[in-house]
Each structure stands twice: as structure tokens, then as C-alpha cells.
Ligand binder design. Structure first.
Ligand SMILES: Nc1ncnc2c1ncn2[C@@H]1O[C@H](COP(=O)(O)OP(=O)(O)O)[C@@H](O)[C@H]1O
Ligand SMILES: [Mg+2]
Length: 504
């Protein structure tokens, strides 16, 4: 039997990295085929090749038993391959119907006749349970809805194979459930689906087969029914993985951070944080849950002194810090692990040893009256490299040369070695592999045991549930409620994330 799609020995080399190293994968009609791998494993590169966005350096693609040449995504679309990218490609001011027909020849050229298109969209919506209003404007739609529009758009163009690159990363748990139902309908109608994820639970739930990639290489393709989470994790990471985080009991102390009625704007001058209040105590982790873009970033930046406060108050210990700058906050022992470690967390052109003192350059013990104490800086670096297991040949390597995980370790080492009273951790594990993620989580728990107060922002619900003592759920700049991990279901958290439920 010939597979619907067979990609054979695909190799793709980018400057300095073999993104795909002789990967072979087969996808059948009526199959949901998961592509699983850690960040940087080569998943996106592979599907970009299948969608004609990259040319492979070698290998061949056989579709419906015939070798094909994909010079562009136009070729792929013409052959019945559709893709929903990690970042949507819709035009916000246009309607759903306009977005779907955009770039397609109109039967009444040059006039754009949307009536037949609307009828076809309604038919597709019904067949696949993909409910959308063709006349709604895209900017008015939720992220989950926009994703649905992307799927319909691909089907409208005649996709027999639909590729979804990390589609769940931007969704609430309920939206993920809806998406999975849609995918099951597609499969029942005979479509082939390639579903990319790095989340084992999702892959176990939705796929028929799983292909695991690691470091650009194929590890294996297995039947989902014949494998389990632990085996998949081992294939993905290359070693055994512990799923449970040991969280030692800690009795919280007095409040370190008090936020009262805080209001903050985003970069476009709109309200990003609309009057939130909460406290965090010594020895406590307050997790901030929410779909990305609901004010989490602005909240952290405001507390870190990086973004002006337009209303309300921030108190750190006995100090009112609402209007302080980052430099002033240093004396108050605040640590910040920023969301963007490459732009904010590190100076990429500086060495590791310089980065390990970056914010303290002007101070004892590293400097006095403008003189740098190079010996002390060097000793500091050697000590932290060892303590935080930073993998570098030596301390004078530039930060740019490090992997994402090691860059994050440099940030952690610098920020946590000062024994801060308050730690602002914004998506500290994003983009890290499982090993580096475990490392970060353990260091954060160490700080909790030491008595630090920790604000921990993450869009990964599992991580929030396993680390937090209390969870604040953010939706559109508001806190929908503060709950304890043991006392709330994932479903309830999902409703709060979607703004459909409040808890006091
Ligand atoms: N356009 C590109 N130019 C250079 N390197 C790239 C490019 N796209 C991806 N890479 C590199 O190829 C590797 C695989 O990346 P990617 O396919 O995006 O992985 P994944 O989707 O599994 O996270 C990574 O090391 C990445 O940095
Ligand atoms: Mg990717």
C-alpha cells in the first residue's frame, strides 16, 4: 500500500546546523500523525519543506504515489497540502469570508463575489463542525476562532493533508478540546493531519501515530496505542524523565510584595493591566496563569520598574516602589528573570563573566569608584558556572554563543545568587528543553525554601499547577480569581482563562 505522503531521507542544512538529517516520514489518509520533539528538534523545518516554504538539500517527497517538486506553497496548495502556521496569517480588518478567499481567483474577476464563497464556507463549517460567522471581522474573533478560520481557509483551498504547527500553544483547555473534535471530524472524512506538539498528553490523546524527532534526526515512528508517555518522553529527550516535581512544605511568612489596584498600559497605549491587587509572602510562589497576551508581561514589567504605572500602588517590603526605576530597585533586592532573555536578560556581546555581574557593575564587591575588580568578577563567574551547571568552555565566551538553556542559566545565576527577597519569573522555561526546564523549576523551589517571594508567570498550565502555592488567573488585564492548585480543576482554570468564570 502506498502512503498518502512519503517524505524520504529529507535533509536540510542551515548555516551551522543540520535542522533535518535524513528524515523519513509517512502519513496516511484518515490519520492524525503527531510530530513530537523538543524546541529546535526540526519539526517546523520539516513541515515547511512539506509545504514548499523551504527546499530540502536532499531527499524526495512522494504524494499519492508520485514524486513531486514543491517550489513554493502555491505548489503545495495545488497538490492538496494545507498548513496552519504557529503565527496566524490573517488580515484583521477583513471579514472571515474575505480572508478565506484572499489570494484565490474570483469567478467574476475582477469583481470579488463573496456569495458563492460564503455558501462554501458554511458548507465546510457544517461538515467539520467548524462554526464561524463568515461576515465577522477577524479582529473581533478570539484566537481559537481565528485558528478555525485558518483551518477552513486550508480546506477551502482543497487541502487533503492539513499541517498544524503547535496549534495548541495559544489556546485555553476548552479551545484545545474543540480543536481536537474538529481534527477528529477531519480524520473521519478521510483527511490526513500532521499535528505538531511538544506536549506528551496532547499527543497521547489525539494522534494515531507519533513520529519523534530529536536534534534534527528521526528517533522513531510508533503507534500511539502501543506506547506511553514515559517512552515518548525518553525518545524525545534521550533519557528518563521524572514527571513529578517534589515540592517541600514551606510555611509562608510575612507579605513581601503588595500590589494594590495596579493599572498599566501596553505599548499601544491601551490598558493592559486594569486594576489588579494581590500579595505574595515569603516562601510562597504565586503562579500567574493565562493565555499569552492578557497583561502578564506588562504586570511583571511594571513591578520590575521597566514600565510606568498609571494607577494603583506597588509595595516591596516597607517601601513604596510604584515609581522607582530598575536601578533603584536593585537596592531593594528584587530579581527579574525576564521573558525575553536575549534582549532584556543578557547583553549578547558581553562575555558570560560580564553578564554574571551585569547589573552590579558599578558596585562593591565588583567595583569601587569606577574601578572594576577583575579578579573578583572572574571568581564570581567560576563559582556560578559551577553552581548553576552552565555548560561553557570558559567564562570569557560571549553570551551569544550559548544555547537557550545555558543563556537562561546565566540569567538565573546572576539574579538568584544575590538571594533576592522577591523574584519575578516571566516564562522562565519557555523554549527550554526538558532538562533545562527541570533545572529552572528546582532552582525556583530552592528559592522558595530559602524564603523568597516568587511571582511565576507561565502559559503552561501544568507547570503553574505543579509549582504554585496559589494561582492568579489573568484575562484581559484582570485577575479572574486566586485559587489553590489542589482546589481547582483544569477545566475551571480554563473557564477563568477564557474570562467566562470568576472566583473571589
Ligand atoms: N531559517 C532558519 N535559518 C537558520 N536556522 C534555522 C532556521 N529555521 C530553523 N533553524 C534552526 O534549525 C533547527 C530546527 O529548528 P525548527 O525546525 O524550528 O525546530 P522546532 O520546530 O522543532 O522547534 C534549530 O536549531 C533552528 O535554530
Ligand atoms: Mg517549531
Amino acid at each position: 500500500m502506498t502512503a498518502f505522503l512519503r517524505a524520504e531521507e529529507i535533509t536540510k542544512i542551515f548555516p551551522g546546523v543540520v535542522a533535518n538529517d535524513r528524515i523519513t516520514i509517512e502519513v496516511e489518509s484518515g490519520e492524525i500523525h503527531a510530530l513530537l520533539g523538543e524546541n529546535g528538534a526540526g519539526k517546523t523545518t520539516l513541515v515547511n519543506i512539506l509545504y514548499g516554504l523551504h527546499r530540502p538539500d536532499s531527499g524526495r517527497i512522494v504524494l499519492r504515489g508520485q514524486e513531486v517538486q514543491l517550489r513554493s506553497s502555491r505548489d503545495a496548495i495545488a497538490l492538496g497540502i494545507g498548513m496552519v502556521h504557529q503565527h496566524f496569517m490573517l488580515v484583521p480588518p477583513l471579514t472571515v469570508a474575505e480572508n478565506i478567499v484572499l489570494g484565490m481567483p474570483s469567478p467574476r474577476e475582477p469583481l470579488l463575489d463573496l456569495r458563492p464563497a460564503s455558501r462554501e464556507i458554511s458548507r465546510l463549517s457544517q461538515t467539520y463542525g467548524l462554526e464561524v460567522d463568515p461576515s465577522a471581522r477577524v479582529w473581533q474573533l478570539s484566537v481559537g476562532m481565528q485558528q478555525r478560520v485558518e483551518i477552513i481557509k486550508a480546506l477551502y483551498r482543497g487541502a487533503d493533508l492539513l499541517i498544524l504547527d503547535e496549534p495548541t500553544a495559544v489556546l485555553t483547555p476548552q479551545e484545545i478540546g474543540d480543536l481536537f473534535n474538529n481534527l477528529r471530524r477531519l480524520k473521519a472524512e478521510g483527511h490526513a493531519v500532521i499535528f505538531i506538539s511538544h506536549k506528551l498528553d496532547e499527543v497521547m490523546e489525539i494522534s494515531d501515530r507519533v513520529t519523534v524527532l530529536r536534534d534534527g534526526r528521526l528517533v522513531n515512528t510508533v503507534d500511539t496505542a502501543k506506547t506511553d508517555k514515559a517512552s515518548l518522553a525518553r525518545m524525545m529527550v534521550g533519557r528518563d524523565v521524572l514527571f513529578r516535581l517534589e515540592k517541600p512544605p514551606v510555611t509562608p511568612g510575612e507579605a513581601v510584595l503588595k500590589v494594590n489596584g495596579l493599572r498599566v498600559m501596553n505599548d499601544r497605549g491601551q490598558t493592559a493591566v486594569g486594576g489588579v491587587s494581590f500579595d505574595i509572602c515569603r516562601g510562597e510562589i504565586l503562579g500567574v496563569a493565562g493565555v499569552a497576551g492578557n497583561g502578564q508581561r506588562e504586570l511583571v514589567e511594571a513591578i520590575a520598574g521597566l514600565r510606568p504605572v498609571v494607577g494603583g500602588e506597588i509595595n516591596l517590603g516597607d517601601h513604596m516602589t510604584t515609581y522607582l526605576q530598575p536601578g533603584d530597585l536593585l537596592d531593594l533586592n528584587l530579581a527579574h528573570i525576564p521573558e525575553d532573555r536575549q534582549k532584556v536578560g543578557l547583553v549578547m556581546e558581553f562575555s558570560v563573566s560580564e553578564n554574571l555581574v551585569a547589573r552590579l557593575f558599578s558596585r562593591l564587591p565588583f567595583a569601587r569608584n569606577g574601578f572594576l575588580f577583575l579578579d573578583v568578577i572572574r571568581q564570581n563567574a567560576d563559582r556560578l558556572i559551577k553552581e548553576f551547571d552552565i555548560r561553557v568552555p570558559h567564562a570569557e565566551v560571549k553570551a551569544r554563543a550559548l544555547s537557550g538553556g545555558n543563556q537562561q542559566k546565566v540569567v538565573l545565576a546572576r539574579e538568584l545568587s544575590r538571594e533576592p527577597d522577591l523574584i519575578l519569573a516571566a516564562q522562565p522555561t519557555r523554549g527550554l528543553d526538558v532538562g533545562a526546564t527541570e533545572f529552572v523549576e528546582h532552582r525556583i523551589l530552592d528559592q522558595r525554601s530559602r524564603g523568597a517571594a516568587i511571582l511565576y508567570v507561565s502559559t503552561e498550565l501544568e507547570e503553574i499547577l505543579s509549582l504554585s502555592d496559589r494561582i492568579a488567573v489573568m484575562h484581559r488585564g484582570e485577575i479572574m480569581g486566586v485559587v489553590r492548585p489542589g482546589e481547582v480543576s483544569e477545566e475551571e482554570l480554563g473557564l477563568m482563562m477564557a474570562g467566562e468564570k470568576r472566583r473571589s
